[in-house]
Design a protein. Structure first.
Length: 528
């Protein structure tokens, strides 16, 4: 902005000012002339003004800053160069001498410029004011651009985390719904073949070994799919998913973790529960890798309008004020936690010191509305004829299969071959269709998968409880956790069969349930 013409004009104006002062009987001393000569070439804007803004002196840099070309300083005022809208702020600063700070000024050409400026009283009979100014417009713009860039980067990082969660969920679903189901049916088939009467001992032993190997592979794939994204998070909520994860984490690592989930914690939208679940995963991983602690505690609580999760340990802490003091993985992990929570309107607080570390995450506690029901579904299901009355006409047990995998349904059909007392009366591929088929076919027993599209098994069981005389329900799933059994029992489910054990358990589980008992685990147990 400076140029030779402007500097020459400013020097000429100051020379005229000095001649004007001498003509009024105020000769400039040699020291004053030397000092002003020094200021003329200074790269910081320096000026002396009256309290009313009249310019008494200005060096060439100050003239550049205010956009002056040529004027007699003795007759110029700051108001001549500043838009009227910007004058009050500058005038206020002139009345509060001494003061300093950042000031935005709108000049006559319409541009707003930012200055780092200080005002100080100058010794003299007129209470003149000395001004020192440096322009910071480009610096402020650069800082704003940096903030915008950081904000965009945080948004992008958060979005990438969300995409990562979605991809994990998809991969977990593929492993569970395709590979896991096929392996479960293969195990079921091998178990059945190994028990055939015409199979020799050597063949039976080989088939049993193959079934054992496949069962181990199926278990490992199921564990991998759960680590990627626990299906219990979708079906049963945060508390159940954390119970499952922490049980497995303790077994894998040896780190003892105490979990406390408050009774009043509601179901939340899936993206919020996923964010809190990932904070626990990240927090426990950091404790294992960096803290040196042997124990940790996870608490899930309801606090006013928020659901909070706290992960705490008694290990060695770190300096939260300096990222250089944070161990490598934690330095990445904490921003990642914040990014996940930002996406769902949550917050993260980290406290760390010699006595340990606490990571507290919270999200809004608006309740999850749950799956929406189609308009054609009745609000309550009609009462079905009793199973006892139907069996007077037909002694076979009428079974409805609800599973979204054709290969799983085919495996059940194969198991029922030769079972003269069992009849498959229908099949459903999702929860909505299962409810409709229950109303239409009036089955004695419903074999119900837990994870299905449109509506899962838990919601189906919940809705069937509205019926005056619902069918018996045998849960048929690859999930194996005490929370699943607990919730199934609370919803009136009479039994629970793991798909990998179907060849051993499914038929006898059906018969046990239809005799009025229950079937949970490998051995049937009578109610009461």
């Amino acid at each position: 902005m400076r140029n030779g013409t402007k500097q020459s004009a400013a020097r000429s104006a100051n020379d005229r000012l000095e001649r004007h002062q001498r003509s009024r009987g105020k000769p400039s001393t040699a020291a004053a002339r030397a000092f002003r000569g020094l200021l003329k070439s200074h790269q910081v804007g320096v000026a002396t003004v009256s309290p009313q803004g009249e310019i008494l002196y200005a060096n060439s840099c100050f003239a550049d800053l205010i956009g002056a070309n040529s004027w007699p300083f003795s007759r110029s005022n700051l108001r001549d160069f500043i838009l009227s809208a910007g004058w009050p702020e500058l005038q206020d600063a002139l009345t509060r001498v001494p003061c300093e700070g950042q000031l935005q000024v709108a000049f006559g050409h319409g541009h707003r410029r930012t200055f780092r400026i200080s005002f100080a009283s100058v010794a003299g009979p007129r209470s003149d004011i000395g001004i020192v100014a440096t322009e910071t417009t480009e610096l402020v713009q650069a800082q704003k651009a940096l903030r915008d860039s950081e904000s965009s980067l945080r948004t992008l990082s958060s979005r990438l985390l969300q995409v990562q969660d979605d991809e994990r969920r998809r991969m977990a679903r593929d492993l569970h719904d395709i590979t896991g189901q096929e392996l479960a049916v293969a195990v079921m088939t091998l178990d059945r073949l190994s028990r055939e009467a015409d199979a020799g001992p050597e063949r039976c032993r080989s088939l049993a070994e193959c079934a054992g190997w496949l069962r181990k592979v199926e278990s490992e794939i199921r564990t991998l799919s759960y680590v990627l994204h626990p299906p219990l998070l979708d079906e049963a909520g945060l508390g159940s998913a954390l119970h499952w994860y922490i049980d497995g984490f303790t077994q894998r690592t040896g780190l003892r973790v105490k979990l406390d989930v408050a009774q009043d914690v509601p179901r939340l939208p899936l993206e919020r529960e996923t964010a809190l679940f990932r904070v626990v995963q990240e927090g426990l991983t950091n404790i294992l890798r960096h803290s040196g602690a042997q124990e940790a505690e996870v608490r899930v609580t309801r606090e006013d309008q928020y659901v909070a999760v706290e992960v705490e340990d008694r290990g060695k802490g770190f300096d939260t004020r300096s990222s250089r003091q944070v161990p490598g993985h934690i330095g990445v992990g904490i921003p990642g936690m914040r990014g996940r929570l930002d996406l769902v309107g949550g917050d993260l607080k980290v406290r760390s010191g010699p006595e340990g570390t606490s990571v507290l995450a919270s999200v809004p506690a608006e309740l999850d509305a749950g799956p929406s029901l189609p308009a054609s579904l009745p609000a309550s299901l009609p009462a079905s004829p009793s199973a006892e009355r139907r069996r007077r006409r037909d002694h076979r047990i009428r079974v409805l299969i609800a599973d979204d995998h054709e290969i799983a349904r085919r495996g059940i059909r194969d198991l029922f071959r030769g079972e003269s007392d069992l009849q498959i009366c229908g099949e459903a591929r999702d929860g909505i269709e299962a409810l409709a088929k229950v109303e239409e076919l009036k089955p004695d027993l419903l074999i119900l998968d837990l994870t299905m599209p449109r509506m899962g098994g838990m919601m189906v069981m919940h809705l069937l409880r509205r019926s005056a005389n619902p069918p018996k329900i045998l849960l048929y799933t690859t999930h194996s956790h005490t929370d699943v059994e607990r919730m199934a029992r609370s919803l009136g489910c009479a039994g629970y069969v793991h798909k990998a054990n179907a060849a051993l358990d499914l038929v006898r589980g059906i018969r046990s349930v239809m005799r009025g008992g229950s079937f949970y685990g490998l051995e049937p147990a009578r109610d009461g």
